[in-house]
Design a protein around this ligand. Structure first.
Ligand code: URA
Length: 433
């Protein structure tokens, strides 16, 4: 099988067989296929697309390129959720404890932030001492005792995706639906959970900017999961504005703890409840309405908060910070941004908000960059709110004073004002079963 023939077949609109797809992935991971041929094939896929069968085969080849997570000694049904990535998206920190506190095991492998989007592992590491690198034995022991563990992805998990993602990043082939679907689901299927709820983001702060593409991505990922024997559901949710008020690692952990204690911003709390209810519904805990009630009770009773605290303790984190989040790491510079106009905030560019937080130190441009856990933005006003000129719009947190001026400019440029209140967007656009 010559790589040249595979590239030509896809370039001319042909359908690749399972053998051809596995030969490509295995050959690329083995170092037998050069980057220039792999990138040519990615570009051909970008323009020609893939059938659902091809996308499924590509996903399974990515999954099979490395180790699987062995969860055989974790008792009971296991549920996972995955977000395609957004700004201020800290839902895993609340949803996973809710579900675990209702008796369903959550053995979660999460990623780090890249570009304008944040990652759960970076957020958790802003809790002093918290270990995200548990051995497989430690991980399983925490899941069995606490009901929940969140760790980073092991080095040997889906190595094909690591290579392909880096290649796509520099060859303008990230935003291809079959390539994104196989990348996300290839990694998810390594954990071998029983049920998976996907939170597919749509809007200015997500990878998919328009609803049609997001729905298509959600549909194909649900289909791939079902073909692999999983209980699947996807929700297409709004990412045209940041979720909640906090953007940046320690700030987001504080907001998550506030929500676990029964407070928190209403949009964030609502999405957490919907995701948790759908995870429990998929795990056959009851009807969707019953699961919603269970999720609300888990927050109100403090049960979910307790599971979060137990997980932090079990993974070596300073649990005092969970009870006293005001003692979490603080930035040296705290700068208020004032509104230059009077009016309703009619639209924001959420991606630019994410990049603004990144420029303050909250994110990284390459996987090697070090992040500043205390850096970020706290939004005092969001899309739909009325604000007067000179009133406080947001607070910037960072340890490099020199970063403040351009971050303030980015934030203001990414915000639009209007005399009329904007039409509000739904939080959830579509459910795909
Ligand atoms: N997240 C992933 O894991 N892969 C992609 O291709 C895009 C987002």
């Amino acid at each position: 099988m010559r790589m040249y023939d595979l590239i030509k077949k896809k370039r001319d609109g042909g359908v690749l067989s399972r053998e051809e797809i596995y030969a490509f992935i295995n050959g690329y991971v083995a170092g037998e296929i050069p980057d220039y041929q792999a990138s040519a094939l990615c570009m051909a896929i970008y323009f020609q697309g893939m059938t659902p069968e091809e996308t499924t085969d590509l996903t399974l080849a990515v999954r099979d390129s490395g180790e699987m997570l062995d969860c055989s000694d974790i008792q009971g049904i296991r549920v996972d959720k995955h977000s395609t990535g957004g700004v201020g998206d800290k839902t895993s920190l609340v949803v996973a404890p809710i579900v675990a506190s209702c008796g369903i095991k959550v053995a979660k492998m999460s990623g780090r932030g890249l570009g304008h989007t944040g990652g759960t592992i970076d957020k958790l590491e802003s809790i002093h001492g918290f270990r995200t690198d548990l051995s497989p034995d430690e991980f399983r022991a925490v899941v069995n005792s606490v009901g929940l563990s969140i760790v980073g992805q092991s080095r040997n998990l889906a190595p094909a995706d690591k290579l392909l993602y880096a290649l796509r990043d520099v060859t303008a082939t990230v935003d291809s639906i079959p390539l994104i679907a196989s990348s996300i689901m290839g990694k998810k299927l390594c954990a071998d959970d029983d049920c998976i709820v996907l939170d597919v983001k749509t809007g200015s702060g997500s990878f998919m900017k328009n609803k049609e593409d997001s729905i298509q991505l959600a549909e194909i990922m649900v289909e791939i999961g079902k073909r692999a024997g999983k209980q699947m559901m996807a929700l297409v949710t709004d990412m045209d504005k940041p979720l909640g008020s906090a953007i940046g690692n320690a700030l987001e952990v504080k907001e998550a703890i506030e929500t676990l204690q029964g407070g928190g911003p209403s949009d964030f709390r609502e999405l957490c409840l919907v995701l948790a209810a759908n995870m429990m519904y998929l795990a056959k805990k009851g009807s969707l309405d019953e699961c919603r009630v269970l999720a609300e009770e888990a927050l109100v009773s403090g049960r979910a908060f307790q599971v979060f605290a137990n997980m932090v303790k079990a993974q070596g984190g300073d649990v005092e910070l969970v009870y006293h989040p005001e003692q979490m790491i603080q930035a040296a510079y705290i700068h208020t941004v004032y509104s230059p106009h009077t009016g309703y905030i009619s639209r924001v560019n959420a991606e630019q908000y994410g990049l603004c937080a990144l420029s303050l130190g909250a994110g990284r441009n390459t996987m090697e960059d070090k992040i500043d856990h205390s850096a970020g933005i706290y939004l005092l006003k969001k899309t739909g709110d009325f604000i007067k000129q000179g009133d406080a719009l947001a607070i910037l947190y960072c340890n490099r004073e020199s970063a403040l001026e351009s971050a303030e400019k980015t934030l203001i440029h990414a915000t639009e004002w209007n005399d009329d209140a904007p039409v509000s967007h739904p939080l959830i656009y579509k459910q795909i079963l």
